[in-house]
Design a protein around this ligand. Structure first.
Ligand SMILES: Nc1nc2c(ncn2[C@@H]2O[C@H](COP(=O)(O)OP(=O)(O)OP(=O)(O)O)[C@@H](O)[C@H]2O)c(=O)[nH]1
Ligand SMILES: [Mg+2]
Length: 376
């Protein structure tokens, strides 16, 4: 039972968390403030005449917005950021207030004067280690997404469960539902990847070039979904199939982690209406391939939430157990030994813990010689 004192403590902590969250919303690329963070920005005057917009693309200081309720035939509005937004960044998925010329006519330019509170913020960090400058460089990928579609090819490039695990951590941390999307099922079977996630009940879809997409469409309906994945896994190919008018550039697969990334910025696309339904078919956001999904912004405690199959195993841990390999009392070893979770998941969790504290680079597959899937 929570006593009054405890409740106050909980509320106080909740307030601190809420405040931090708002501070983090302010920029898409920023160095986290030190202990003496700047005071919050002043309240700006409201523009009563502003109209609502939804940001679908960002390119060199120009924001493409559509108005909710407008059909696909209505031209999008091009806008710039009003100076009064200060350092606040605007990202794809943001709901904004627009003033000025919102006609969408050629050459018309509106201004974004407001950014609505975000229901979710998907972030990634350049690196895992928050003690380095790179580790503190935080990027907001998109705002207001409901679903994170983790796209992994079954071959060419090969699947990397370490990467998928990182995406799961980011999804749970941002309160966005994950969906595993395994592409190129014509080239290899999904058994190895699915076997790794047996205990997780992770929803997944298999994609091959000519197969029907009805199952995926049903999972995307009515929501804002964002796709993340390495370069070359087939994100844009899939978007072009889902949204025939999308015309997203599709590339050739280069050596993983190197070479050209075909898509260079995130774009939200309205999904076509489903045949038998009149409700909102949803939005899909294509993003550029990422080399890694750094997690310096996720606390050690939240990291565990990306591993729901391990959470219960920590109940018997000593207080403040760091769950690292060198902690002999950590109950997770016994949990795995008893067959309650896959030992590879524990190894993956511990690689993330080690990576956050600056010990080595988990992206090197050589660190996991026994497990060809494990790289990230
Ligand atoms: N065999 C096979 N090839 C596919 C499939 N999906 C995509 N490809 C190929 O994979 C290559 C890369 O596809 P893209 O859609 O450009 O990949 P992407 O994830 O958007 O890549 P970035 O934009 O660089 O992040 C293209 O040559 C596609 O034709 C599939 O299901 N099967
Ligand atoms: Mg692409």
């Amino acid at each position: 039972m929570v006593g009054d004192g405890d409740r106050q403590e909980l509320t106080r902590r909740g307030d601190v968390l809420a405040t931090r969250r708002r501070e983090y919303d302010e920029d898409d690329v920023r160095v986290r403030p030190g202990k003496s963070s700047r005071p919050r920005t002043r309240t700006r005057p409201r523009h009563e005449d502003a109209v609502d917009g939804f940001v679908i693309a960002v390119d060199r200081g120009r924001y493409t917005c559509v108005r909710p309720g407008d059909g696909p035939a209505v031209p999008a509005v091009t806008a710039m950021r009003a100076r009064e937004l200060g350092r606040k960044s605007v990202v794809v998925g943001d709901r904004v207030g627009l003033v000025g010329d919102t006609s969408g006519a050629p050459g018309a330019l509106a201004r974004i004067v407001r950014i609505a509170e975000r229901s979710s913020v998907l972030r990634r960090t350049a690196e895992d280690d928050a003690t380095t400058a790179e580790g503190r460089l935080e990027r907001v990928v998109v705002a207001n997404a409901d679903q994170l579609v983790i796209v992994s090819a079954l071959a060419d490039p090969p699947p990397r469960t370490g990467f998928i695990d990182r995406c799961l951590v980011a999804a749970y941390d941002a309160d966005i539902e994950p969906l595993l999307c395994l592409t190129k099922a014509d080239l290899a079977g999904p058994e190895a990847v699915l076997g790794y996630y047996t205990e997780l009940e992770l929803p997944y879809v298999l994609i091959q070039p000519d197969a029907d997409l009805a199952g995926l469409r049903a999972l995307l309906a009515g929501r804002i979904s964002v796709m993340v994945g390495h370069s070359g896994v087939g994100k844009s190919t899939l978007v072009n199939r889902l949204v025939p008018a999308a015309d997203r550039a599709v590339g050739v697969v280069s050596a993983i982690g190197r070479g050209r990334h075909t898509s260079t910025s995130a774009v939200a696309l309205r999904l076509p209406a489903l045949d038998d339904r009149t409700d909102d078919p949803g939005w899909i956001i294509d993003t550029p391939g990422v080399r890694s999904f750094g997690l310096a912004h996720v606390s050690a405690e939240s990291l565990l939430h990306g591993f729901p199959d391990l959470v219960e195993g920590t109940v018997d841990c000593p207080a403040n157990c760091p769950h690292t390999t060198d902690e002999t009392e950590c109950a997770l070893d016994a949990w795995v030994a008893a067959g309650r979770a896959d030992p590879r998941r524990l190894a993956s969790y511990r690689r993330l813990l080690a990576s956050r504290s600056g010990e080595g680079d988990p992206r090197e597959a050589e660190r996991n010689p026994g497990d060809p899937l494990a790289g990230s």
